[in-house]
Design a protein around this ligand. Structure first.
Ligand SMILES: Cc1cc2nc3c(=O)[nH]c(=O)nc-3n(C[C@H](O)[C@H](O)[C@H](O)COP(=O)(O)O)c2cc1C
Length: 338
């Protein structure tokens, strides 16, 4: 697959942009486990042009994780254009425009998925950004605003005409938020539209190697993007790759290995951004990663309340001891809505 001049292997697996999750510490682990392309968390164009320090930190990309895109959101074409120039200076491989975020404080103000209600403005923003930067520009969006306006087939054509280099489609409408099942049939229609030349990336509910293979085979998408199922489980990319290449389902990893990976994520975060912030950044993973272990509630509460890396390490070691010879519980369930 090719995005602009960036060449990715056949059937690439992408790590979805996720606020408060896909910081560079987590991305580095996903890269190690084979994610082919990653995105920063979404970055507010308004905050970027106001030079807000916390927002600028989100632009940081380490060389070893490349290719990585910076994702921007906003509803003002001029602000988006200026923010895109700032983002380009941070040297991502490309810029992704968020036209899919469903949360009220963004979509109801006309940004993110809110732009699905104002396609001319969506296209205007796209045009301005494509004109302003010299790197590829991609878009991530949903099927439409609601059940009565699932017009992604037309929108995708229009975005392509504005010069975007790839489109990612999450198979839900804005109204669905994260409920129900992602509908991949419309994603497949976009891919099979003879007018579409740019890569089409499918997203939504990919939570196992078999599901990923099914999405490639049935809908013909150029790439599959994985979000929630990577939280607390960055090795999902390796599992999927193995299955795609061999057709053999991977052996579940041991709980011991699982704990060691989580310890690395925590240590990496604490080393990079300090103990307090590093722990905060890792909590989202800690909250879900051992889901399915029996009698785990109290341990989980203790782990999530802890403010010291030493204490969390010792809790993690006790999990290894208490659940000796278990497989990772993540193989026992599929992901729930978040
Ligand atoms: C915690 C969280 C944060 C997210 N943040 C973003 C974001 O910043 N930008 C974006 O385009 N999508 C964001 N999403 C949506 C995901 O990228 C993805 O489209 C969605 O989770 C569906 O994919 P999945 O079923 O593989 O999780 C977020 C999702 C979650 C769960």
């Amino acid at each position: 697959m090719k995005i602009g001049s960036i060449i990715l292997r056949d059937k690439p697996l992408l790590l979805a942009p996720m606020e408060d999750v896909t910081d560079f510490m987590f991305r580095s682990l996903c890269k190690e486990f084979g994610a082919d392309l990653m995105y920063t968390e979404f970055v507010s164009s308004d905050a970027l042009i106001r030079d807000i320090e916390k927002t600028k930190r989100k632009l940081k990309i380490e060389d070893y994780e490349r290719p990585t895109a910076i994702q921007l959101y906003g509803k003002d074409p001029v602000a988006m254009r200026e923010a895109a120039k700032i983002a380009e200076a941070a040297k991502p491989e490309f810029i992704d425009l968020n036209f899919g975020c469903p949360v009220k404080k963004i979509a109801n103000k006309g940004a993110g998925a809110g732009l699905l209600k104002n396609i001319p403005l969506m296209l205007d923003i796209t045009k301005e950004v494509v004109k302003a930067v010299n790197i590829p520009v991609t878009v991530k969006t949903r099927l439409g605003w609601d059940e009565n306006s699932k017009n992604i087939v037309t929108i995708a054509e229009q975005l392509q005409d504005e010069g975007v280099d790839a489109i990612t489609i999450h198979g839900r409408t804005r109204s669905q938020m994260y409920s129900g099942e992602a509908d991949w049939t419309l994603i497949g229609e976009v891919k099979n539209n003879p007018r579409m030349q740019i890569p089409v990336i499918g997203n939504g509910d990919v939570n196992s190697p078999q599901k990923a293979a099914d999405c490639f085979n049935r809908y013909g998408v150029d790439a599959v993007m994985i979000g929630r199922s990577s939280i607390g489980r960055p090795w999902i990319f390796k599992d999927i790759r193995q299955y795609l290449e061999t057709g053999v389902a991977p052996e579940p990893i041991s709980l011991e290995e699982h704990v060691e990976i989580i310890k690395r994520l925590l240590k990496n975060s604490v080393d990079s951004i300090g103990e307090r912030r590093g722990i905060l950044h890792t909590r989202r993973h800690l909250a879900v990663t051992f889901k399915g272990l029996k009698h785990f509630r109290q341990t989980k509460i203790k782990m999530l309340r802890s403010e010291s890396i030493e204490e969390i390490f010792s809790i993690l070691d006790s999990i290894k001891e208490d659940y000796k010879n278990s497989i990772s519980p993540l193989y026992l369930h599929n992901n729930d809505e978040q």
